[in-house]
Design a protein. Sequence first.
Length: 400
Amino acid sequence: MLVIGLIKEGKQPSDTRVALTPSQCKWLVKNVENVKIKVEHSPNRCYTDEEYARAGVELTHDLSECNLLLGIKEVPVSQLIPNKCYMFFSHTKKMQPYNRGLMQAMVQKNITLIDYECLEHKDGQRIIGFGFFAGIVGAHNGIMAYGNRTGAFKLERVHKIKDYRALIHTYFGLKLPPIKIAVTGSGRVAHGILEIMNLMDVQEVEPEEYLSKEFDYPVYVHLKGNNLYRHKESKTYNRDEFHDHPELYECLFLPYCAHTDLLMNGIYWGNNVPRLFEMEHLKDPGFRITTIADITDDKHGSVPCNLGDATIDDPVYGVNLQTGEQTAPYIPGSIDIMAVGNLPNELPRDASRYFGEQLIKYILDDVRKGGSATIENATILQDGKLTPPFEYLKDYAALD
């Protein structure tokens, strides 16, 4: 029997999202054989303990019976249960230094870790994630920040609005100025950004038009891989080659810096991927961008002036164009950066429903039946030992 435990989120600041909603738990138990679900008591979820209880789900402080523990963010070391199988976003596959202690603790405690981020279709596309709602909230916040800087309009904060349907209603009557927006990426984050562009009646234009014309209405250009990167020698773009050897490519974004007011960044970034621009470009008098929503949010990553996470409560900070130092937002001589690592937590119930649907549709039945190649490829640790695809983490995971 598959006994699923929904763990209490422990990382701070607190995250209220869940892997499975009460109604999804009820559906699983009713419609799938040999599945049982327990929910650890928590005061901070977007769905309350009472809502799970009304759905017939057992609430407990003891998850020792469970053979699959589902969370969202990294699990604090003090909350790890030895010899268990976990699924959560561990943020370890890039050897993130701030999670090395977590990785080492999981090794020591003989834990099996299946990372949501590593669950992929055969073509490399992520199977589940919160990217769509990160794009929704990030695009809203980017537009909001531009309005705050210019004084041209005001938008309400997303987390003060009940749900996504209510958020849509707040756009009625909104008239944006003739702003030029660059949207990067082709995954779920970009799809969320484009959803907001359509809802706010921002018109799409082709790259050639964007770089050569001004408009008297708001427009955006959507830049995907072949628009952004080119092989240094052959001057072509091959998606598989780029993902395997990004160091062989150069970035083509720099000309857009002189024609863009607001950058919505939704591209995946790794250490060898060329940045969209460099810090010295901020000093260029022709650098037009005043606001960046770095939705994929890699510190000093594809957007080098991302100086680190802001928070949902205070999502925007400034960066001095000359010194690169952090400032207050919306002041002269600075660029505004919206960089928040848990954006979907502003629409937690909608984001959780979407996430749980993908988890049920693509993953949990394979777990119940004993696994699959998809799950195997996403298993970073098996009983505390690195699996073959992740042996490059050997030094990172080694105990000091």
